[in-house]
Every structure is written in C-alpha cells, then in structure tokens.
Design a protein around this ligand. Structure first.
Ligand code: COA
Length: 240
C-alpha cells in the first residue's frame, strides 16, 4: 500500500510577489483574465510547491520553488517538473473558499483529492450528478447530516474523476461512492475514515475522507493507500 501525503495552505500564506513561479508559470498566470481564477491558481501552485519542496528536501526559498514547476497536462491534470525534468511524484490539487489542498504520492500511484465546503445543493444538482441509490441514501439521512453526506459523496466523486484524469468530462453517475457509517464520528475532526469509489461497476478506487469545521476533504488512489499523512513544513523552510 502506498503512502500518500497532503498539505493545505490558505490565501494568507501566499506571498504577494510572483518570484516563486517559473518563467512559464508567470506567463501562464499573466494570461488569466479573472481575479478569482488567478488567486485560485496561485494558491494551488503555492500549496503544491510547498509540499514538493518538503519531499525534494529543499527549502521554501523562492529560488527553489521557482525550479519546481506544475504544468497542466492536456486533461488539466497537474504534472510536476523539477529543473525542467519530470519527477517521481504525482500530485492532485483542489482549491475552495480561500484554501487549497495538495495530495502527493509516487508517480506510480493514480491520485485525486478534493476539498469542499459543506453546503446544501438543489434538487436538480442531485438528479443531474448522483445515482438513484445515492439520492435515496441522501434522502434517508437525518436532516442535519444531509448536506454533509451530499458534500462527502460529491467530493469523493471529484477526487475519483481527478485520479482517472477525466474531470467532469465523465458522467459523475458512473463513479459510485461507498462510505461506511459516514457520520458516526461527528467530533473526530482530524481523523481519516475509509471510502471506496467504483467506476463503471468494475474498477475500485480506495481512499479516505475527513471532515473539519465546514470542510470535507477526500483523497482517493490506486493502489489503495494508507491513511494520508500531513506534511510538516520545517521551520527553517519558511520563505515568506
Ligand atoms: C477537475 C474538476 C472535476 C475539478 O473541479 P473543481 O471542483 O471545480 O475544482 P478543484 O479546485 O477541486 O480542482 C481543480 C484542479 O483540478 C486539477 N484538474 C483539472 N482537470 C483535471 C483532470 N482532468 N484530472 C486531474 N486533475 C485535474 C487541476 O489541478 C485544477 O487546478 P488548477 O487548474 O488550478 O491546476 C473540473 O474542473 C473539471 O472537470 N475540469 C476539466 C474541465 C475541462 O474540460 N477543461 C478543459 C480542458 S483543461
């Protein structure tokens, strides 16, 4: 079973300058028209680079961070380069509400992560994106737990779509989520609980979910991973 690592950063963690971006990343940022997209993209890149710096054993100095490059594949999936060379790492990114999450594993691991704010969704959202069984499950949940369950299932689907490198090009009803007793551990914020996602009734993606405050995080991988390990940024590596 592979190890999977994760790190989260907030918008406040991201420096105002762009000297931690590579030249081509800076050019990519320069082509983005919308402020929210720019902010999300910078936050995702920052979070990934901080995580990768730990794994590459370099400091968070802008000079090193600029040599770590996150390029988007044709699918939109992030790919990691160090000094212009592919690395032995796979990452997955998610940004939401001023926070970004990066999951990281070896390049032989299919990996997807997703960060979601717990919120109610419309009936049309449910019928468009969830299977009949998932909708029944959500309807049967206690009213207080309904938004959590819905968000958890949605996040797990998005993680799986990222691990499969397809994103929302795939019908989300083709990835079916199974979670054991999702809300028995209401108070165990930092704990990861197991989940499974089945794709086209065949492939099984396994992973973990965690709830803290109003956020749900999910990580799925193939092969099935150990519970995710939070990366610690060494104090000496603080660049900001
Ligand atoms: C992937 C997707 C499901 C994520 O949706 P989301 O919840 O809105 O956004 P999140 O913040 O959780 O995740 C976004 C990140 O997912 C990653 N991502 C995007 N497409 C991906 C894919 N096909 N596979 C794996 N990861 C992908 C990217 O790193 C992206 O962040 P970045 O663009 O800043 O690098 C959705 O954006 C999607 O389907 N995108 C592809 C749509 C498309 O057809 N794009 C045109 C070609 S690129």
């Amino acid at each position: 079973m592979p190890d999977v690592y994760w790190l989260e950063q907030t918008e406040e963690d991201v420096p105002l300058e762009d000297d931690w971006l590579s030249a081509s990343e800076a050019a990519c940022l320069g082509g983005m028209r919308f402020a929210k997209r720019r902010a999300d993209w910078r936050l995702g890149r920052w979070t990934a680079k901080r995580a990768l710096a730990v794994c590459l054993s370099v400091t968070g100095d802008p000079e090193f961070l600029a040599r770590i490059e996150i390029r988007a594949a044709a699918s939109g999936a992030p790919q990691v380069f160090w000094n212009n060379q592919p690395t032995a790492f796979n990452i997955s990114l998610s940004h939401r509400a001023g926070m970004a999450m990066c999951a990281l594993a070896g390049s032989n691991v299919l990996l997807g992560c997703d960060l979601e704010v717990v919120e109610a969704r419309s009936d049309s959202f449910l019928s468009d994106y969830f299977t009949r069984k998932e909708r029944e499950w959500i309807a049967q949940a206690a009213p207080v737990a309904r938004s959590y369950l819905l968000t958890l299932l949605w996040s797990a689907k998005e993680s799986a779509l990222k691990a499969l490198h397809v994103g929302l090009r795939l019908d989300t009803r083709e990835v079916v989520v199974a979670v054991a007793k999702p809300f028995m551990r209401e108070k165990s914020g930092a704990q990861w609980s197991p989940l499974q996602v089945r794709y086209k009734d065949e492939d099984l993606l396994e992973g973990w979910w965690q709830r803290s405050n109003n956020f749900i995080r999910t990580i799925v991988a193939v092969p099935a991973p150990w519970p995710p390990l939070l990366l610690e940024i060494p104090a000496t590596a603080i660049a900001v």
